[in-house]
Design a protein. Structure first.
Length: 56
C-alpha cells in the first residue's frame, strides 16, 4: 500500500506539471514528464519490454 501511495503522489505531481506547462504554453515540451509517467505505469503493472513495445 505504501508503494501505491508513493506512486499516486508522484504520478499526480507529474500530471499536474504537464497541465501547468500546457496551460502556460500549449506547445510546451512535456515529453520527459510523459515518458516518466509511462515508465511508472509499466512498472506498476509489471509489464515486460515486449508488452510495452506492443502497447506503444
Amino acid at each position: 500500500m505504501k508503494k501505491s501511495s508513493q506512486y499516486s503522489l508522484e504520478l499526480n505531481f507529474r500530471v499536474n506539471r504537464i497541465f501547468s506547462r500546457k496551460k502556460e504554453n500549449p506547445q510546451a515540451d512535456t515529453c520527459a514528464f510523459e515518458k516518466k509517467i509511462n515508465q511508472m505505469v509499466y512498472e506498476l503493472y509489471g509489464l515486460s519490454g515486449v508488452e510495452i513495445t506492443y502497447g506503444d
